[in-house]
Structure formats: C-alpha cells, structure tokens
Design a protein around this ligand. Sequence first.
Ligand SMILES: *[C@@H]1O[C@H](CO)[C@@H](O)[C@H](O)[C@H]1NC(C)=O
Ligand SMILES: *[C@@H]1O[C@H](CO)[C@@H](O)[C@H](O)[C@H]1NC(C)=O
Length: 575
Amino acid sequence: MILSVFCTLCLLVGSTRAASGWSYSGSTGPAFWKDVSATCDAQRQSPINLYEGDAVQNPFTPFTFTNYDATSGFNATLKNNGYGVKVDYSGATELTMQGGGFTDTFKVAQFHFHWGRTSVQGSEHLISSQAFPMELHIVHYNSKYSDLGEALKHADGVAVLGFMYEVSASDNANYADLVNNLSNVQSQGSKIDLAGFALNTLLQNSFSNFFRYDGSLTTPDCQEVVTWTVFKDSIKISESQMEKFRNVMDGNGNAIVDNFRPPMPLNQRVVQSSFTTGITWGYASNVANAGSASKWSEYYGHCVDDAGSKQSPIDIDPTTVYLDKSINTFTMSGYDSAQGVNMQLKNNGHTVQVDITAGDIRMSGGGLPGEFKAAQFHFHWGSDSTKGSEHLIDSAAYPMEVHIVHHHIQYPTLTDAVAQSDGLAVLGTMFEISKEDNPALDPIISKLTDISDPKTSTSMDTVRLDTFLPADITEFYRYSGSLTTPGCYESVTWTVFRKSIPISEAQLAKFRALLSADKNAAGTYTKMVNNYRPTMNRNNRRIVATFLIGYGERVTYSAVSLTFCMLLAAVQRLM
Ligand SMILES: *[C@@H]1O[C@H](CO)[C@@H](O)[C@H](O)[C@H]1NC(C)=O
Ligand SMILES: *[C@@H]1O[C@H](CO)[C@@H](O)[C@H](O)[C@H]1NC(C)=O
C-alpha cells in the first residue's frame, strides 16, 4: 500500500523532470540525469576522482598536435549554450591529435569549460580528491567517423583532453582575447567568431604527465564513448579572469556557476598514468602526501570509508555478533612444520614482514570460501602496550597483532589475488604481555637488529607458522573486510582469533627500536611504532563468532539479536 503510493509519486516526478531537461542543481541536477538518459546511471561514467596512489603507470607514446597553432582556414565560434561557453570548430583546416597511446587520429570538434562559483571548486575531475577552479575539455572525434554526431555512436569515437586551472596573482596574457570576448556571449544563444585564434595559446607547453581512463560525456546523454586524458599540470589564470566566466548567464538570466558534474564511481575501471605519481603513505602525520591513515583515502580510492564500504580493521563489538555454530574447523597443512619452508625477513618501511619464499602452507574449512595458501605474515604494534593491534575486541586494543596473509589457490600469486573479491584470507592473532619471553619468536627477534633500517631484509631460520596461532583455533570472529594498508582492497575474509599468544615487554621493545620509512620534520627516519590503522565503520556487515560468549564476559548479545528479530517479525506480521 505505502509502496504503491510512493511509486506513483516517482513516476509523476520522473515525467515532469524529463520534460524540463537537465541542469546542474535541484530536481533536474546530476542525480536525476538518469531520467533524461539511462546511460547517465551506467558503470563507466565521467568525471571521476583520479586517485594517484591507485594509478597504474604506463609508458604512452608522446602526443603530436597538428594545426593547434593555426590561425586561419577554419572558424572558431564562441557560443553561450546556456550551460557554459564553448568554441565550435568548422572549416577546411582541421586541428588533429595523434599519439598519446592512440593509434587513430582524432579531430577537434569543440572545446568548453566547467567552472565554480568560487575557486575552491569547478573542475569535473578531481586529482587525488582535489578540485580545481576550472577545467577545459577539448573534444575530439575519431577521424574514421564523419563527424562528432556519428562518433558518439561508437565506443572508440571520442577522445577528450582535460586541463585543470590554478589561480595565479596576475592575468594569463594568453587568455586575454578569449576572456574579453566572453562579454560578447553573456546571454544564452549568443555567439561570436574568434578571428585569428590559435588553440595552442590556451595550453601549457608540456603534455607528458597525464592520466588515462575510459569514461563518458559528462553531460546527458552521458554516452560511454570517451577515452579520457587529464593532464596533471594545471594552467594559470587570475581571479579577475575567472570572474568573467562567472558573469556568463543562462536562459533565465542567472549567472552560470558550478556547471560541473560530481565525480562518478570508478567501478571496475583502472586509471593509468603516463608518469610516476610518487605517492608515499605512512602512519605518521608528517609523511609526504598520503601520510597518516586518515589521509590515505585522498590518494587511494579503495581506502574511502563511506556508508557502502567494507574497510578493515574494525572494533568487534560482541553485542552485535551473530553466533554461527555451523562453521566447521580449519583444515591446515604445513603450519606445524618448518620442513621445506623458506622465509625472508624484511623491514618494508611500514612493518616487519616475513615472506614465505618456499613451501606450500595451506588452509581450508573454517567457513572459508575455498582453499588458501600462506604468502606472508607481518605485525602491527604500539609505542606502548596500551595500543598496537588493528582490530579491537569490545573496544579493547592489544599491544600487537600478527596477520598471516593467504591468497586463494585459484590465483597464482598474492599480487594476482589482492584486488579480487574472494582473493585473500587473513588470520589475525592478538598478542598479550607475558612475564617471560616467548622463545618461539626467537628466529624473528634475534634478527631484528639486521633490519633496523627501512627497506632492508635478511634471511632467517624458518619458524613454524602455528607459532602465530592460539592454542584454540576453533574460536574466532569472522567478517568480510579489506587490506589495512593502501590500496585497502576489499578482498579479505577476516578471521580474528578469540585467544591470544604471549610476548614479553623486552621482546616488544626490539620491534619498537626499528626505524620506519616515515621521516620527521628534520628528515630523519622515525621509530617504527603505532603502525596500525584506526578502526573503520562496520556499516551493515555481519560479524559472526564460532562460540558463545560466557555470561561473565559479556552479557547476552545473542539474546539481544534474538529479541530484535522477534520484534521485527512481530512488526512485519502487523503490517
Ligand atoms: C567562417 O564563417 C563565415 C560566415 O560565418 C564564412 O563566410 C567563412 O567562409 C567561414 N570560414 C571558413 C574557413 O570556413
Ligand atoms: C575577441 O578575440 C579576437 C581574437 O579572436 C580579438 O581580436 C578581439 O579583440 C577579442 N574581442 C575582445 C572584445 O576583446
């Protein structure tokens, strides 16, 4: 009943909207463009946030531009189309683009701008979450098609070059003619020929640093036919020149501002970069760019902890855990033997990691989605023993947590598995302080002085992997999550054991004496401590436990869930 009223309303609103076209705000704004064209809601939309940490470097062929410097033989017509200003090209002399990884030749059809109300916004693309005051799009169509209209029907039809702007104190003299001509196109529908105008005067001189991905037009009908090139280096423009753009008016006589579409989801796409983005991450706030875990999400798209994400670690709240007695025990092979297993110990700048360089250590069962092979294990610890673990249990931290990282055997290596939704299974075990040293840790701890500097490694005697499992591996928490370091891929089936293993303060002190790749203000390496990510939102994820928490430990979480379910069922019956 309620449902049907709501849907009728939807249809009514929908039809009104379609009739009134589209805009950049309100009831005809970007969120409703899907009512104008369903493609606007498809999976490869533009613009996007170009996360530099995730970009895959690719050596592209250099760009070559022909007739970008021509001043005659064509008409360049500046127009106000009600959404902004664009310059349409026509005439015999064609401006063309080649190279930049393209095999085809592309012809310039038009260029246009997107800008903000103020200079903190305006660009359509973001670079590592940063917006720019304006973005220029030079729209090209593939020369194998007759015109832009035809090219829009083909996946390889369109190539757009995007350029960002940054505000400079003085005017950009190269923009004087264009900016002054904006006064001739103040009202919607007005236009003027730009005689003697050369496109290259608007651009910077270097075309070597850019991002590349497959996307769409950023206005309805949002056709997914665009190979995007977004240049890293921005073009300078003054605030007073920006103001001239902000004075251009739409059909209602209102200033056109904020004529940009917000970033769309990347989905399964990969962004390439023609250059080394050089993003570094760390745990300390003074690390360049992606330093401190709270900034990872600016540079690595999967590290974003929003309402729909499944990031790790989490605070495991026993009152919201579901008991699942159906989970069987783990089947583990090779954990209780050092035979045929080789290990390499390294300080990777963020943690102490032990790579399993030879040997076949596997687990299955335990409710895991398949069979998994151990690839490496590593540690997270605090500057003192009140903190250090990544997962919290009932909001309590432990001084250290070890993660044994496994990949699904259907993927040949950890690298192949890391971004696959079923790719990884990680076992997490907490450490608790013991008076005595834990002698089983000796093969690692005795070698830590050999890897005190970041990016160093050494051979070590093999340790049995069950050193890092608690005595009882039948009791654990299970949930779906992510890597706890960039790129934060949501590919991990997590197992966090209930019981801990021992380590002494003296042993922990050896870990705390190591140096990380994070540098302080003076440029020297800082101590490798507190290399844990803060807890992320659980959102609507289901966390299960294989055991019932006793009354002494935590009161009746299952009773709470059960009561809620019964209540819900009762309410549903009433409806
Ligand atoms: C430019 O447009 C004008 C009329 O608007 C026309 O007379 C002229 O031939 C055009 N020039 C080119 C090169 O197409
Ligand atoms: C418009 O641009 C042309 C060059 O194409 C230039 O000669 C002219 O002075 C500009 N108009 C204004 C009002 O600045």
